[in-house]
Design a protein around this ligand. Structure first.
Ligand SMILES: NC(=O)c1ccc[n+]([C@@H]2O[C@H](COP(=O)([O-])OP(=O)(O)OC[C@H]3O[C@@H](n4cnc5c(N)ncnc54)[C@H](O)[C@@H]3O)[C@@H](O)[C@H]2O)c1
Length: 437
């Protein structure tokens, strides 16, 4: 298969692309498509993050109306609609019942209603939803991760190119790119203030997330969709779903993507039927083309020590970063090179929307986050491929992997590819035996 991408063609990670005015008339100030001069918003995936992202869009204060919603499940859509309507009322929420789309294919119709879309379903659907939004020429905010396997990543990379050609803004919810401590510190690292970055350590170690219970009336498809965190076609494993944030910081700091991954992982404490197939720990090294090595660790062990942050070492000094607004650079004698001012710390979840919507109302083309998000998601997937297979995984073989996790048919009575055994337990990867690519 053709190598679809080179890690060297890294676009500037903060993804500010060369400015330019957008052609679509709705983005020209005073010429919005809606008769009352509002940008029309649709949300696809109305769970915690989709609902939260609609709040953040409204909190920008820009002229926005929510006009369509899509979710796989009626109850999720209804709860989200109620939360949004109760907070913002009819002035901002104009979703009539015929614009509430339920099921697997509602996204196509919801996207058609809008100028701007929020894509926040489980990540397994992101390639399909992103591809459609780009095809329909919409402006896009989409959540991370952007796929769960290499087949999905290849779709996102292709659609990212099309989005650029069409000058569609794409912001991805890797919100550390919109967080001041990361921006300020990484700018200084890239200016050479720590010298060459020779190594680093990135962590997402915590107690894990929710489990959604199986009910007797659920089909296998519905159960996996409800309890999506534990199935790789939907989630990608926690190394992809959460640790992508920290791995993405390593790529940003290195200004490139790793050439190979090797590591180990397994299921130590989270081994129930309800825990599907995902591992509860992964420990890896990612090696970059210049020979530098990043250690990556993620685990979901309740009651063990938590750690979610990033550290890097360079020839002139070192840095500690975290989402708690830390950013401390010191030289090897301990002198402080830069200590991030903890004042002026806008919430990055709000900041990403403030910046996106400010550009949209001015008709500017400023954001092309999809390519980096796809490559950082691919880095995490390559890590999973390495821990699941127990083999050294190179970037090129991982990206060109042919194992496609997505079901053949999307319907409530169709079967996902992974099924439980007679006792209700799911098969999971066994390092040294499992084929992952
Ligand atoms: N940037 C961040 O820090 C951050 C934080 C939380 C979640 N997220 C991401 O946001 C996404 C959603 O996570 P969440 O916590 O909101 O999960 P959630 O389960 O609360 O919401 C997901 C919603 O998508 C719906 N859905 C499932 N399949 C769908 C489909 N095919 N079409 C339309 N809707 C569908 C579900 O029914 C559910 O309502 C994930 O990718 C997650 O990684 C990002």
């Amino acid at each position: 298969m053709k190598n679809l991408n080179s890690r060297r063609d890294f676009i500037k990670t903060s993804a500010l692309v060369t400015g330019g005015m957008l052609a679509p008339s709705f983005l020209v100030p005073g010429a919005y498509a809606a008769p009352d001069n509002h940008l029309k918003l649709a949300v696809i995936g109305c769970g915690g993050r989709g609902t939260g992202a609609v709040f953040q869009a409204f909190e920008t204060g820009q002229p926005i109306k929510l006009v369509a919603m899509a979710d796989a499940f009626q109850d999720r859509l209804d709860n989200s609609y109620k939360a949004i309507f109760d907070k913002y009322g009819a002035e901002k929420v104009a979703v009539t019942d015929d614009k509430k789309f339920v099921g697997f294919h509602g996204y196509i119709h919801a996207i058609a209603e809008a100028d701007v879309v929020i894509l926040a379903s489980p990540p397994g659907f992101r390639p399909q939803h992103f591809e459609e939004a780009v095809k329909q020429g919409k402006q896009i905010f989409m959540e991370k991760p952007v796929a769960t396997d290499a087949a999905g990543i290849r779709k996102v990379l292709a659609a990212a190119q099309e989005a650029k050609a069409k000058k569609l803004n794409v912001v991805v919810g890797l919100q550390r790119h919109y967080q001041n401590n990361y921006r300020e510190v990484i700018k200084r690292i890239q200016d050479g203030q720590l010298g060459e970055i020779t190594g680093g350590q990135v962590y997402w170690n915590d107690g894990g997330v929710w489990v959604r219970e199986r009910k007797p009336e659920m089909t296998e498809m519905e159960y996996q969709m409800r309890n999506w965190y534990y199935f790789n076609w939907l989630c990608g494993d926690h190394i992809v779903e959460q640790h992508v944030h920290n791995i993405d910081i390593a790529n940003w700091v290195k200004n490139s993507y790793p050439v190979k991954a090797e590591g180990t992982g397994g299921r130590q404490v989270r081994i129930g039927k309800e825990h599907g197939e995902i591992f509860d720990h992964h420990v890896l090294t990612f090696t970059y083309a210049d020979g530098s090595v990043i250690h990556s660790e993620c685990r979901h062990f309740s009651g063990a020590a938590n750690r979610v942050d990033e550290t890097f070492q360079g020839t002139k000094g070192k840095v500690f970063l975290s989402a708690g607004n830390h950013g401390t650079m010191t030289d090897w004698k301990g002198n402080v090179i830069y200590d991030h001012n903890r004042e002026n710390q806008p919430n990055p979840y709000q900041q990403e929307h403030d910046e996106l919507w400010a550009a949209l109302v001015k008709g500017e083309y400023k954001f092309a986050d999809a390519e980096n998000a796809a490559k950082s998601t691919m880095t995490a997937i390559m890590g999973r491929y390495a821990t699941y297979s127990g083999k050294v995984m190179t970037w090129d073989e991982a990206l060109n992997g042919t194992v496609d996790l997505f079901p053949e048919t999307l319907a409530w009575d169709a079967m996902p590819k992974l099924l439980p055994n007679a006792d209700g337990y799911y098969p999971h990867a066994v390092p040294g035996k499992t084929k992952v690519i």
